[in-house]
Design a protein around this ligand. Structure first.
Ligand code: 2BA
Length: 106
């Protein structure tokens, strides 16, 4: 058994949850915040048997888009220097697959 932990952009979540449930996967949605952009994103927890991991990764890959985002670096306090915004590429998704040692529904 594995736990697929996927950080996805909010814009992709509803579509991804539909795709996952249509394919009989259970998922838990958590509101999260990216440490770099400090903007909301979504973390999905998807518990699956080992042989289903590849299919789940493929569904995530097909559904989640890469988007460009402009970030304004913090200006230096007391200094008129204003750094130009930089462009970062976010997503499709950041995925961790971790081993589950025990799975109970009580
Ligand atoms: P954020 O931390 O807000 O990062 C958003 C995007 O900013 C990242 O996209 C990446 O392109 C860029 N970025 C992040 N840290 C950076 C840095 N130190 N310098 C320059 N650019 C940086 P993604 O890589 O697609 O990540 C999207 C979100 O996935 C992240 O949002 C974070 O919430 C999560 N994430 C990514 N890598 C992670 C990791 N190793 N551990 C935990 N969460 C992670």
């Amino acid at each position: 058994m594995k736990m697929v932990i996927a950080m996805v952009q909010d814009q992709d979540v509803n579509k991804l949850l539909k795709v996952l449930t249509d394919n009989n996967y259970s998922a838990t949605k958590l509101a999260s915040t990216g440490g770099f952009l400090r903007q909301g994103n979504t973390t999905l927890l998807i518990g699956v048997t080992d042989e289903k991991v590849s299919e789940v990764k493929e569904l995530i890959k097909e559904t989640c888009q890469t988007r460009k985002q402009l970030v304004s670096p913090m200006s230096t306090v007391g200094n008129s220097y204003m750094p130009a915004p930089i462009e970062v590429s976010v997503g499709g998704a950041t995925v961790f697959v971790v081993e589950v040692t025990d799975f109970l529904k009580i």
